[in-house]
Design a binder for this molecule. Structure first.
Ligand code: NPQ
Ligand code: MG
Length: 369
């Protein structure tokens, strides 16, 4: 196809409740959306970068700049563009995976809408609904945490993930395990808040039958994850460290991780995400779909990805209302702890353009050849 324009839309959406992690407290989601206009139709992609570089080195203003100055010009000046050819077209740009993922997804959406094929069908989905978990932030107190968790259990979530950090780990986990009972699926995510000196302390988590501990150490530090995995019973799961299929296979072979969190944005797009899924399947390593507080645009694609065979653990593919009072697309709603995989062409969801305008923090940037 021929890309005629790339639009960058910047929105601000309030969160239904503040979301606190080891890297800070978010009260709103700044969302960067990419629309491609092509000779065969339009497509949307969501950039998962946050407003500030506190989870990843990528952040919204940086992603916008790299899209505007490098990625959009590359597709606008090419005669023929495909989603599958996109990574090669922009391989001269180092990193900036979240920015690349957003544009690649928009291209794929345009392509598949034309072909009348859904993301799920294209990725290789094997189920029509996916089991959902929920990520629970650091709370002001244990009673408030238990209240929040109880609410999610009532809504039907099939797995609880607690954000942990030094000073907020063993006690909240003990209390939530007691609330949930022994059979409930429970896991923790440290978002790199610990270091090697904490290994003895983290071993105390072994008493609570956790599914996994996610990313306790900084993303570059595979060695300390290997050491922890050797000394702890709880499976270690990498998130931030896994930037592509190469790192994934390496980390698995070195026994740094025995489960992998796949986020398409973090790895440069859904095509790379599928490659990681396939490599993990081959190595017998289960995967689950992470979340980045996506609007319906990103959520739709995540749910389609989570429908692949080796996504055997519930993902952070929560319902729209976990984060937003109103979604940018038709809302994703939990039914019996699951979300339905969209079946309409492309992402299968429609952006509500009146909300795009209402929530815009500035006029869209429209790039053309
Ligand atoms: C994780 N996500 O698994 C991330 C981290 C995260 C659902 O826990 C704004 C935008 C706030 C992205 C907070 C979940 C965020 C964010 C946390 C991502 O590590
Ligand atoms: Mg994580």
């Amino acid at each position: 196809m021929k890309v005629t324009a790339v639009e960058l839309h910047l929105l601000a959406m309030p969160l239904v409740r503040p979301f606190e992690t080891s890297f800070g407290r978010q009260t709103a989601r700044t969302v960067l959306l990419v629309r491609v206009r092509t000779d065969v139709g339009d497509g949307w992609g969501e950039c998962v970068a946050m407003a500030d570089p506190v989870y990843s080195s990528e952040y919204v203003a940086g992603a916008e700049a790299v899209l505007r100055d490098y990625l959009a010009p590359a597709v606008l000046h090419a005669d023929e563009v495909t989603a599958e050819g996109f990574a090669g077209l922009v391989s001269f740009v180092i990193g900036h995976r979240m920015a690349k993922a957003a544009l690649e997804t928009a291209l794929l959406d345009a392509e598949l809408r034309t072909a009348e094929r859904s993301f799920g069908d294209y990725f290789g989905a094997v189920r029509d609904e996916v089991d959902c978990g929920v990520s629970v932030g650091v709370a002001p107190s244990i009673p408030e945490l238990l209240d929040e968790v109880a609410g999610y259990v009532d809504e039907g979530y099939r797995r609880i993930k607690l954000k942990i950090k030094p000073g907020w780990d063993i006690e909240p986990v003990r209390e939530v395990r007691e609330l949930l009972g022994p059979d409930a699926l429970l896991q923790v995510d440290a978002n790199t808040a610990y270091d090697a000196a904490d290994i003895r302390h983290l071993r105390l988590l072994d008493a609570y039958e956790l599914l996994l501990i996610e990313q306790p150490f900084v993303e570059e530090d595979i060695a300390t994850h290997i050491q922890l995995a050797r000394e702890i019973e709880t499976p270690v799961c990498l998130d931030e460290s896994i930037l592509g299929v190469g790192v994934a296979v390496d980390a698995i072979e070195r026994h740094a991780t025995s489960i992998i969190n796949i986020k398409a944005g973090r790895v440069g797009g859904y095509l790379e995400a599928v490659r990681i899924h396939d490599a993990c399947a081959e190595l017998g390593v289960p995967v689950w779909c992470g979340g980045m507080l996506e609007t319906g645009v990103g959520r739709a694609a995540n749910v389609a990805l989570a429908a692949l065979e080796n996504f055997t653990l519930p993902g952070d593919t929560s319902a729209s209302r976990r984060y937003f009072a109103e979604d940018l697309t038709e809302p994703f709603e939990l039914v019996d702890g699951r979300l339905r995989v969209p079946t309409a062409p492309g992402s299968g969801v429609t952006v509500r353009e009146e909300l795009l305008r209402a929530w815009a923090v500035r006029a869209p940037v429209i790039l053309t050849a």
